[in-house]
Design a protein around this ligand. Structure first.
Ligand code: FEO
Length: 393
C-alpha cells in the first residue's frame, strides 16, 4: 500500500478494519473502524503520527517500505490501538525518538514495554520544526485517557486529534463527506468513551477555539474537512443543558414491565417528549449511550429476578452510571412476582448520576389500573420537570 496524500508532504498511512465488530470486548462496531496514522515530511525531519493497532501492522509496514528514514513518532495516546505498532516502529527506525506527553511516558513503558530512553516528552504548546513544517503539541487530557494530547501542523492547519473527533467507521475514502453518517458515528464514539469527561472536553474545546483548523485528522474514521461541523456537534453534546428527551432501558419477562413502558412512552410522546426506549434483550448498548448524551431523564424499567433487577437492565444501569451522562431526573419502574428489592438495588447502582429521583411504579404481577394511573402521573411529573428547565417548547 502506498501513502495517500492529504496535502503535499502529509500522507495518510492508516488501516481500515471492515470486519471488527467489538472494541474492548464491550463496544459494538456496526461499521467497523480504522486505525489511522499519518506521515508528515519536512525538509529536514520526517514524523509518523500514531502507530496503529498491532493487527494492522502488516499494512503500516507496507506503507513505510519506501520510507527509509523517520526521525520521530508522535504518540498522542497510549491505548494500544494507536501505540501497538510502536515497538516495531522503534525496531524499523533505530534512531527514532518517541514524542509523548509527560504523563504518557510511564504509560508507554508499562503498556508497551518501550525503553524509556527512547521517549522524549513534549510540553503543552511546544513546537517542533521539521523544516517548512511545524508541529505544535497541545495537551488535551481525558479524551479519553489522562495522558492524551493533540498535534497541530501549523502550516497546513491540520489538527491530529487521535480519539476525540473520531468515529468507528471503516471506509476507503479519506474524508468525512457524508454529514449525517459522520455525526451519528462520531456521537456514538463520544458517548461511549468521552462522555464521562464531558466537562474536561468542554475545556479542551475552549483550548482549540482560536486555532485555525482546515482539517481534523483523527485516529479513527475519516478526516474532517468541514471541522466546524464536528466541533459544533461536540459543543452541543458537551453542553450542560439536556434535551427534552427520556431514555428508557427496559426488558420484560412476562409482559408486565412492557405494559408499564408502553403506557409511559405513550404518555410522554403525547406531551411532546422525545422518547428512546431500548429493549436490553436485543439493544445495541451504543444506541443507549447515544440517547444518554442528550436525555434529561432516565427511566429504568426492570422486572424482578430473584428479588433483584433483571441482569440485562442492571447492565444498562451500570453502563449509565459509568458514562456519567448529564441526565437531571431519574425514575424506576417495573414488576415483581412475590417480593422485590429491585428499585433499591437499581438506585444504589447509580451514585454517579446527579439526579432528582421521581416517584416510580412497581407493579405486583400484571399492572392494575392504579399502577397505570401512577405511570401517567410519572409522565406528567417528567414533563413538568422538563418545563422547569425550559426544555419544553
Ligand atoms: Fe482509539 Fe483510546 O483508543
Amino acid at each position: 500500500m502506498k501513502p495517500r496524500e492529504i496535502v503535499p508532504d502529509v500522507h495518510y498511512v492508516g488501516v481500515p478494519d471492515f470486519d471488527r465488530r467489538l472494541f474492548d470486548a464491550l463496544i459494538p462496531l456496526p461499521d467497523g473502524t480504522s486505525y489511522n496514522s499519518y506521515l508528515v515530511r519536512g525538509r529536514d525531519k520526517t514524523v509518523l503520527i500514531d502507530a496503529v493497532e498491532p493487527q494492522a501492522l502488516p499494512v503500516l509496514r507496507s506503507y513505510l517500505e519506501g520510507v527509509p528514514r523517520v526521525d520521530y513518532v508522535v504518540s498522542n495516546h497510549t491505548e494500544q490501538d494507536h501505540s501497538g505498532g510502536l515497538p516495531w516502529v522503534l525496531e524499523r527506525y533505530p534512531g527514532i525518538q518517541v514524542l509523548s506527553s509527560e504523563p504518557a511516558k510511564p504509560m508507554l513503558v508499562d503498556h508497551l514495554g518501550l525503553d524509556a530512553g527512547k521517549i522524549r516528552t513534549v510540553a503543552d504548546g511546544e513546537r517542533l520544526d521539521l523544516g517548512g513544517k511545524t508541529l505544535r503539541f497541545i495537551s488535551t487530557p481525558w479524551v479519553h485517557w489522562p495522558e492524551t494530547m493533540s498535534t497541530y501542523l501549523e502550516e497546513d492547519k491540520i489538527l491530529f486529534s487521535c480519539d476525540w473527533f473520531g468515529s468507528h467507521i471503516a471506509q476507503t475514502d479519506l474524508f468525512a463527506d457524508c454529514r449525517e453518517c459522520i455525526l451519528a458515528e462520531a456521537k456514538r464514539y463520544y458517548a461511549e468513551i468521552m462522555m464521562p469527561f464531558r466537562v474536561i472536553v468542554q475545556k479542551n474545546l475552549d483550548k482549540i477555539k482560536d486555532l485555525e483548523i482546515r482539517f481534523i485528522a483523527p485516529s479513527h474514521g475519516p478526516i474532517h474537512r468541514d471541522p466546524g461541523l464536528i466541533i459544533h456537534a461536540y459543543r452541543d453534546w458537551t453542553d450542560d443543558k439536556p434535551h427534552n428527551a427520556v431514555a428508557i432501558p427496559w426488558v420484560t419477562m412476562h409482559g408486565s414491565t412492557a405494559l408499564l413502558v408502553e403506557r409511559l412512552v405513550t404518555g410522554l410522546v403525547e406531551k411532546g417528549v422525545s422518547v428512546f426506549p431500548f429493549n436490553m434483550a436485543t439493544a445495541d448498548i451504543g444506541q443507549l449511550a447515544m440517547a444518554l448524551v442528550d436525555a434529561a431523564t432516565l427511566v429504568v424499567a426492570a422486572p424482578t429476578v430473584h428479588v433483584g433487577p433483571h441482569p440485562m437492565v442492571f447492565n444498562a444501569v451500570v453502563l449509565a452510571n459509568a458514562l456519567r451522562p448529564k441526565v437531571r431526573f431519574a425514575s424506576i419502574i417495573g414488576s415483581y412476582g412475590w417480593a422485590s428489592k429491585m428499585a433499591e438495588i437499581v438506585q444504589g447502582a447509580m451514585p454517579n448520576l446527579k439526579v432528582e429521583m421521581l416517584p416510580g411504579v412497581i407493579a405486583k404481577g400484571l399492572p392494575k389500573p392504579a399502577d397505570l394511573e401512577a405511570v401517567d402521573k410519572l409522565a406528567a411529573a417528567i414533563v413538568a420537570k422538563h418545563a422547569q428547565l425550559g426544555l419544553v417548547k
